[in-house]
Design a protein around this ligand. Structure first.
Ligand SMILES: [Fe+2]
Length: 200
């Protein structure tokens, strides 16, 4: 290697590659290549964050929420396709009956409805929660707010693949590149939904 060290040439190649290529390498094809589209926050972001707001939304103050347990996992990237560690991911969603917590209507004991985690050194995050119900006018979804370490913020929503209501959901249909908001399902148990997020 001409006395420049065995990794010199390889490092040059990586640094010289288009940034999006790096993203594709990290996260698989196509998925990480597009900026995740923003969507409205909606009216149900908690007015007051619950005292129990960890990454396991299936248990709230020692009680277990009704419904099917699922996992939501993914990685946070910046627009150059680099993993964002130390970012913050918040999610909130309705209960099995389509009711959000913190809005005055009762939700079942054990329903946490909101959680927040920091991304790890690989930009990864993981939540354990229950499959949200459906309320009138919307398909099944989970609200997401992602913050990069540099302060970039994205508010959006994650959708479930194969959901009959997806084709009828006005908000989803109006969103450009809406396919990037539909999670990829991996076999469980529990069913796992992969939702990578790319900040603008
Ligand atoms: Fe919603």
């Amino acid at each position: 290697m001409n006395g420049t060290g065995p990794n010199r040439g390889r490092r040059k190649v990586l640094l010289g590659a288009p940034a999006l290529f790096l993203g594709a390498t990290i996260s698989g094809p196509a998925r990480a290549l597009s900026i995740t589209p923003p969507q409205s926050e909606g009216p149900f972001y908690p007015r007051k964050l619950p005292s129990d707001n960890d990454a396991d939304l299936t248990v709230f103050h020692g009680e277990r929420a009704p419904g099917e347990v699922i996992e939501m996992v993914g990685r946070l990237f910046n627009a150059r396709g680099q993993a964002v560690s130390g970012g913050n991911i918040e999610i909130w969603h309705c209960d099995v009956n389509g009711v959000y917590a913190h809005v005055g209507r009762p939700t079942p004991p054990g329903f946490q409805g909101y959680g927040a985690v920091r991304t790890d050194t690989a930009g990864g995050y993981r939540f354990r929660t229950t499959r949200p119900g459906i309320y009138p006018g919307r398909t099944r979804h989970i609200h997401v707010k992602a913050r990069g370490a540099d302060g970039a913020v994205l508010t959006t929503q994650m959708y479930f693949p194969g959901e009959p209501g997806n084709a009828r959901d006005g908000l989803l249909r109006r969103t450009r590149n809406s396919g990037a908001l539909i999670a990829r399902q991996e076999p469980g148990p529990p069913p796992r939904y992969v939702f990578d997020i790319v900040l603008a």
